[in-house]
Structures are given as structure tokens and as C-alpha cells.
Design a binder for this molecule. Structure first.
Ligand code: MLC
Ligand code: AMP
Length: 504
């Protein structure tokens, strides 16, 4: 029987590629495929030594590094469920994730130990280890003592590989259960569709706590045997230095607008590139056009989400149509329906639903919520509003869910409104997204309150204490009252129009 463990598929490629370089960092460190395989094996042994068994969660909030990558691979290899956390998350956010995911082990940066120690105790997490971006920490100390690689655990394909959280328009964040086969099948499709090969060098500047950098990027390279230029984050100077030695880049639209904003970016940087891929947020037609004009490359836009991995992609060969997210990937069914889940005619706008091996296993400990988001015939309702053209190209035209995407990160207004409403001097608030030249959308809080008792800076400072910086409104504006419809619902579209030019 074929081992359904995603790592077994990666390992077959690692063994084939042997001593070839798997990745090179900005400061010139290199790791071969064999070394990466050995590191993952020792990492899995190190985790198992803490008594972890298959299916146990490992929560990870660390900066991107080679060791962090090995931690992900070690979890897959040992059959432990990888639970990555955005490095920006603060106490309140972390407390919820740890209590809900119930990990057996957590890995954090040493600087956050004082914060995480009590949170782990509260959540019943028995082991807390540290891993710093320079490779130091208690996890690394223990790793240095391990010589025996852990075997690649045999698993069925539907075994859980990762747990990633997504907030919602109401209620608490939901844990999205992704299986080894969800990840493998989707990455295998992408390797095919995007033509990945051993000759490719992917510029990897994305964080590895979200689907894009973790499953899309790493899945494509590890299933194809491509190598990587491994950057700790999107630093414009480092990206420009690394680009000439890369053949493929993946990024959120902000990466492309930042490159375009740099006058010296041009032909010399893209001499070896064969493909620029964008996703996680809408790519403006203007960015697509400007990028083509500057570099001659038509950015390939694709569409996905945490629950489904990737659903559609513009073609490698064939027309990459600006403003669309392309065609359904092989094995992924995409349809547009009305609110009763009835398919709509070609060209009509409705709910975008998907079905296929890419779609997740359900929400962690929320069977009711899972049932609500699937139709009777097994389609997942994405919460995106879409349209499909006569020739099959999908466009995302809006969102049924109240969500802002800023620099490729999702922010749910409800979460911010609940916090703002609690602040002194605030009666009520509405949080919206408005156009932002760098982040695509920026979060703005529209507040009704006592301008004598509070002000913009006070509200922003208070929120910075409580939530990740990326969720904090870039601006807070005061109004006498919020516009409401006859049902009493705040008309956010009017606020978005009124404040459209507030930050751009
Ligand atoms: C950082 N800040 C942000 C932000 N990122 N604010 C809003 N939106 C963001 N995305 C905050 C910082 O904390 C800081 O706040 C201030 O804004 C300025 O920061 P910066 O130095 O300009 O930010 P930087 O570190 O350069 O990060 C920007 C970024 C990063 C765009 C490079 O956010 C990023 O890498 N985004 C990619 C996210 C991603 O991987 N998404 C994929 C999700 S998967 P202060 O207060 O400290 O000054 C998914 C599925 C799919 O969606 O389809 O792929
Ligand atoms: P996440 O919950 O972080 O996985 O975000 C997924 C959401 O990002 C999707 O439901 C879409 O709303 C949005 N998204 C991802 N890719 C694109 C894209 N290419 N164009 C428009 N929206 C996108």
C-alpha cells in the first residue's frame, strides 16, 4: 500500500535529488536535499522523544528559518499535526488558539517565553520549547543530541497533516483540518499546471504560517525537486538581489506593487525568470498591466483559500486574463449558485462553491459549523462571490463574508468592532476596508463616540496592545452616526464610498 504521508512523497524526491542544493539563504547558507531529509528525520525523533504520538498537535509561533522549515517537515514525517501561528499574534489571540487546538507541544521564540509559559499551562500544553531565528533555542539544543532519524510514519491519506485557523464573520476562529492527501493532491496539480521541474529555483519570500508560503510554495518545490532561494521575509533589497538567480516567484499582490514602486526594478532582475505567480488577494488589472510593461511578464493569478488550498489558476500556456483567477484546476469542480445552492447560468454572479480532493476535512471540533458550510451534494461554500465566463474563466467579484484582505492577510471586521466598542468613549463602530496603494486594502474603523473622551491615537494604541499589528486600523474616523438600512444593518458600502480615499 502506498504511504499516504505527504512526507513519503517528498522523501522520494529528496532521495532522487541527493546532494543537489535544496535551498540557499540570503546569507549564503546551503542545504542539500539529503541534509534536509536527515534534519527532518532528527526533528521528528526529537518531537517523538517528548511522548508525542500520531495526530498530536504541535503549535508553532516562530520566525521563518531553516529550523522552522525542518520543524514543519519533522511534523509531517512523524505524523504530528502542524499548527502554525502568525508571528504577530498577541496574548488574547494565542490563548484561544492553544485552548482550542490542545497541542501536546508548543515551540516559540525565546523572547515570548514569559508570555507563552502561563498560556501553555492554562491550556494544558505539557511541553514548551524555544526556537529562535538564528537557530538557537531549547529545541535546537535537544536536536543536537539526536542522531537517529525517525522513520516516515505510514499513514492513510486522510490523516490530519495540519491545522490552520481562519476567523469568521461571527464567532470564534475555526480550525481548518487539512489532510496529507488534501495537500499532496493539490500540490501535485500545481506542479503539473505550472510546469515545475528540477531546473526551477523558487524565490521563497512568503511567511510559512499560511497556506501560500507553506503548502503552495513548499508543495511545488518538494514534489518537483526544484530548489529555493530562501528569504526570511519580503525585504525588497533581498528580493531584488535574489531574483536574478530565480526562475519562479510566488507572492501576494503587495509584493508586486512593492517591486513596481522601485524604479531600478526591471529587465536585469527578471532575466532568468519564467513565471511570476500571484494570489491570496485580488491582483489589480493596473498592477498586471504595469508589471507586463516593465518586465514583459504576464503575472499568473490563481485563487484559493485555507479550507480548499488552490481552486483555480490562469494557464501557464494560453491566455492569462487580467482580473480573472483563471480556470478550475484538474480535479476541482467550481460552480456558481444562488442562495439555495442552485447552479446559475453562465455569466451570472453568485456564490462560489468548490468540490474536490483539495477540500478540507472539516472544522476542528465544530461539526455543526462544518455541516453549515457544505451543501447537500458535497460542495464547500467559499463565501466568495464569483462569475464564470462562457470559456470557463472564473472571476472573484466580491465576498459574501465581511472580510478585509490587507497585504494578503485576512482581517474580520467583527473581531475589531467588538474590541473597539469596549473602549472608553466609544458607543459603536463599523470596521471597513478601503483602497491602499501598498496593502491593497487597509483597515479603517468608523466610530461613533465622545470625541472629548477618546481620539484616533488612543484607540489605535489600545488595539495595538490587544491584537496583531496587521489587524489594527490604519485610521480611525469619527462620525455622528452609522448609516443603517431599514433592518438596522450598518450600510458598510456607504462608508466604503465615503472613506474611499482616506488612506491611498
Ligand atoms: C504588516 N503590517 C500590515 C501587514 N503586514 N498591516 C496590514 N496588512 C499587512 N499585511 C503592519 C506591520 O505590523 C507594521 O505595523 C506596519 O503594517 C508596516 O509594516 P511593513 O514593514 O510595511 O510590513 P512588512 O513586514 O513589510 O509586511 C508586509 C507584507 C506581509 C505584505 C510583506 O504582510 C506579508 O508577507 N504578507 C503576506 C501574507 C501571506 O502570506 N498571505 C497568504 C495567506 S494564505 P506597525 O504598527 O508595527 O508599524 C491565503 C490563501 C491563498 O490567503 O489563496 O493563498
Ligand atoms: P484565507 O482565508 O486566508 O485562506 O483567504 C482566502 C480568501 O482570499 C479567499 O476566500 C478569497 O476571498 C481571497 N483570495 C485568495 N486568492 C484570491 C485572488 N486571486 N483574488 C481574489 N481573492 C482571493
Amino acid at each position: 500500500m502506498v504511504n499516504g504521508n505527504l512526507y513519503a512523497h517528498f522523501q522520494a524526491v529528496f532521495q532522487r535529488r541527493g546532494d543537489a542544493p535544496a535551498l540557499t539563504t540570503a546569507d549564503g547558507q546551503q542545504l542539500s536535499f539529503t541534509e534536509l531529509d536527515q534534519l527532518a528525520g532528527r526533528m521528528a525523533s526529537c518531537l517523538a522523544a517528548h511522548g508525542l504520538v500520531c495526530g498530536d498537535r504541535v503549535s508553532v509561533q516562530v520566525e521563518k528559518s531553516l529550523s522552522a522549515l525542518a520543524l514543519y517537515l519533522g511534523c509531517l514525517r512523524g505524523g504530528f499535526v502542524f499548527h502554525p501561528l502568525n508571528t504577530g499574534y498577541k496574548e488574547q489571540e494565542l490563548a484561544y488558539f492553544l485552548t482550542n487546538a490542545e497541542p501536546s507541544l508548543m515551540v516559540c521564540d525565546s523572547r515570548d517565553l514569559a508570555l507563552l509559559d502561563p498560556l501553555c499551562a492554562e491550556a494544558g500544553v505539557t511541553t514548551l520549547l524555544t526556537l529562535n531565528s538564528d537557530g538557537s533555542g531549547t529545541l535546537s539544543d535537544q536536536l543536537a543530541q539526536v542522531s537517529e532519524p525517525h522513520p516516515v510514519v505510514a499513514l492513510p491519506g486522510d490523516a490530519l497533516a495540519a491545522l490552520l485557523y481562519s476567523s469568521g464573520t461571527t464567532g470564534q476562529p475555526k480550525g481548518i483540518m487539512l489532510s496529507h492527501e488534501n495537500l499532496r493532491s493539490n500540490a501535485a496539480s500545481l506542479v503539473d499546471c505550472w510546469g515545475f521541474s528540477e531546473q526551477d529555483v523558487l524565490l521563497h519570500a512568503l511567511p510559512i504560517f499560511h497556506v501560500h508560503g507553506l503548502f503552495v510554495a513548499l508543495g511545488c518545490v518538494f514534489l518537483s525537486g526544484a530548489s529555493m532561494r530562501w528569504l526570511a521575509g519580503f525585504n525588497l533589497a533581498e528580493v531584488m538581489t535574489a531574483l536574478p538567480s530565480a526562475t519562479v516567484m510566488m507572492g501576494v499582490p503587495t509584493y508586486y506593487t512593492r517591486l513596481l514602486a522601485e524604479p531600478s526594478f526591471g529587465d536585469a532582475h527578471v532575466a532568468n525568470m519564467r513565471l511570476f505567480i500571484s494570489g491570496s488577494a485580488p491582483l489589480l488589472v493596473e498592477t498586471f498591466n504595469d508589471f507586463e510593461q516593465r518586465t514583459g511578464h504576464r503575472i499568473l493569478e490563481r485563487y484559493g483559500m485555507t479550507e480548499t488550498n488552490m481552486n483555480t489558476s490562469n494557464p501557464l500556456q494560453g491566455e492569462r486574463r487580467a482580473g480573472t483567477v483563471g480556470l478550475p484546476l484538474p480535479g476541482v469542480e467550481v460552480r456558481i449558485t444562488d442562495d439555495s445552492d442552485q447552479p446559475l447560468a453562465v455569466g451570472e454572479i453568485g456564490n462560489l462553491q468548490v468540490r474536490g480532493e483539495n477540500v478540507f476535512q472539516g472544522y476542528w471540533k465544530m461539526p455543526q459549523k462544518t455541516a453549515e458550510d457544505f451543501t447537500a451534494d458535497g460542495f464547500f461554500n467559499t463565501g466568495d462571490k464569483g462569475q464564470i465566463s462562457e470559456d470557463g474563466y472564473v472571476s472573484i467579484v466580491g465576498r459574501a463574508k465581511d472580510m478585509v484582505i490587507s497585504g494578503g492577510l485576512n482581517i474580520y471586521p467583527k473581531e475589531i468592532e467588538l474590541l473597539v466598542d469596549e473602549l472608553p468613549g466609544v458607543s459603536e463602530s463599523a470596521v471597513i476596508g478601503v483602497a491602499h496603494a501598498d496593502f491593497g486594502e487597509a483597515v479603517v474603523a468608523v466610530v461613533v463616540g465622545d470625541a472629548e473622551a477618546t481620539d484616533e491615537a488612543t484607540i489605535i494604541a489600545a488595539l495595538k496592545q490587544q491584537i496583531s499589528a496587521f489587524k489594527v486600523p490604519k485610521r480611525v474616523v469619527f462620525v455622528d452616526q452609522l448609516p443603517r438600512n431599514t433592518m438596522g444593518k450598518v450600510q458598510k458600502n456607504l462608508l466604503r464610498e465615503q472613506f474611499a480615499n482616506l488612506v491611498s
